[in-house]
Design a protein around this ligand. Structure first.
Ligand code: ADP
Ligand code: ASP
Ligand code: MG
Length: 458
């Protein structure tokens, strides 16, 4: 059995759904197909929700565009008149429901996280019905019935135990061809509609593949696999043939959008390979992600980056040698649901620098200033402030381990190109070197490093 996930661009037009029909027709195994919303629809749903909250009738224009796009697609795609009529009925019913919720937001001028999650779920509710109708013999399975989440540390996280049980029940016996909406889920206690986060359809597919013991998880997208860097930023980026789970995780966590970061773990734990493939070029071999990195691969397999990063430094002479300062920093941040993706501490111990997303920076400073209020009042620790407008870059590769000269080559390249490093970190695993620069230098930085590591012999 295989799980195949098709992203927004792969279900975005009649032509792309015809590509999916051809890809599925070639399959010999049982298949579970996971689909995202039609490309751009999730953004439009969010826009409609916010317009309904803030403005007059403008939200109805966006709603009408969403409605028209789905109905037009059905009319062109579905040839069988009976199937088409039934599908149109079903989609119109769903669209009416969506309009009522938007109208409610507009009337009472209140958009709670619960209403927003309900609104944003309509994209996958509709796309999964259209794709089911377009694939002969397919049955639709509703992810809202088996993907369950729970609230933890201010975040919505998967309830793995319950999901595992419900997925097994929902797929027994295993259908020959099933289609499921990605991204959407329900809270295990309240039954409210939730979701797995933007880009979360990859994660839905991984959960299903891991629970049902798929032979492979295929992520079908609009590029020829995982590339050495974001192809929109680096035109010379090329496809990486093979990555280890560790490398893929590092690249995704540091911003490679092609796979949603939580996707890797469930299949990695079951040793199920992931293939990244191109819906529009299905014969391209793409990238395989599995346990072992290729022994003869380059030292550095890829680059990734995150924009909109802030650095927060907790500093003060009294921190030197004091046990427990870092525990207080990380506990205070975790208690407030703030994720830290880079930490750098000099061995002198008089400062700890933390990389957080720009949008978390103010809250992080507030929380830390409150945590260390006493020490700040006596001058033992300095007032905590954030430096915004930064970006993080990571170079990743399992073969960097025990190889001298990689950091030298990296920082030499940056230095020769006049790029100042604000902070840097390398874990003991030696699979990732990450560093922070000014955001306006991001494109240049990626280009010079890409040239240095991928377009020259090393
Ligand atoms: P989908 O809609 O199929 O889920 P996404 O837009 O989420 O697709 O991810 C695919 C996009 O990720 C590509 O079109 C590409 O622009 C971008 N991307 C960023 N970094 C990388 C990378 N290292 N390799 C491949 N694509 C990348
Ligand atoms: N439709 C959702 C999004 O745009 C989920 C996904 O595409 O994976 O984020
Ligand atoms: Mg995606």
């Amino acid at each position: 059995m295989k799980v195949l996930k098709f992203g927004g661009t792969s279900v975005g037009s009649v032509d792309s759904i015809r590509q999916i029909q051809q890809i599925i027709a070639r399959q010999t195994d049982d298949c579970i197909v996971v689909v995202s919303a039609l490309g751009g629809i999730t953004d439009q749903l969010l826009r409609a929700a916010h317009l309904a909250l803030e403005n007059g009738e403008e939200y109805m224009e966006v709603y009408q565009q969403i409605r028209q796009r789905h109905l037009d697609m059905i009319h062109t795609l579905i040839q069988n008149a009976t199937v088409r009529q039934m599908l149109c009925h079903e989609i119109e019913r769903i669209l009416d429901e969506l309009r009522s919720i938007l109208f409610g937001v507009h009337l009472i001028k209140d958009l709670s996280p619960k209403s927003e999650a309900a609104i944003v779920s309509y994209g996958e509710r509709m796309s999964s019905r259209i794709v089911t109708a377009a694939l002969p013999g397919a049955v639709r399975k509703n992810s809202l019935e088996f993907i369950r989440t729970e609230h933890k540390h201010g975040q919505i996280l998967l309830n793995s135990e319950l999901t595992d049980q419900l997925v097994r029940e929902a797929f027994a016996p295993l259908p020959h061809l099933a289609v499921c909406p990605g991204f959407i889920s329900r809270d295990s206690q309240t039954e409210e509609v939730t979701n797995l986060g933007r880009g979360g359809s990859d994660y839905t597919a991984s959960i299903l593949a891991a629970t049902l013991g798929a032979e492979v998880l295929e992520i079908w997208t609009d590029v020829n696999g995982f590339m050495t860097a974001d192809p929109r930023l680096i035109p010379d980026a090329y496809t990486i043939q093979s990555l280890s789970y560790v490398e893929a995780t590092e690249l995704c966590h540091f911003g490679a959008k092609v796979v949603y970061p939580p996707t890797i773990y469930p299949v990695c734990a079951k040793n199920i390979p992931i293939r990244i493939l191109n819906t529009f070029c299905p014969d391209n071999a793409g990238t395989i992600i599995q346990a072992q990195a290729e022994a003869d691969a380059r030292y550095v397999c890829g680059l990734s980056s995150i924009r909109d990063v802030a650095m927060i430094t907790v500093s003060g002479l009294s921190m030197v040698g004091v046990i427990g300062v870092n525990r207080r920093i990380f506990t205070a941040l975790a208690d407030n649901g703030i994720s830290v993706f880079l930490v750098s501490q000099a061995s002198s111990e008089n400062s700890t620098s933390i990389g957080v997303r720009n949008e978390d920076a103010e809250l992080a400073c507030e929380v830390l200033n409150a945590e260390f209020a006493k020490e700040i009042a006596t001058g033992e620790i300095n007032h905590v402030a954030a430096e915004k407008g930064l970006a993080t870059v990571a170079i990743v590769g399992e073969n960097m381990k025990h190889t001298p000269g990689i950091a030298g080559k990296l920082f030499g390249t940056l230095g020769r190109n006049g790029i100042n490093v604000v902070a840097c970190a390398q874990g003991g695993q030696e699979t990732n070197i990450s560093f922070v620069i000014k955001a306006d230098l991001l494109r240049k930085t990626l280009n010079v490093i890409h040239d240095s590591f991928f377009l020259s012999e090393y």
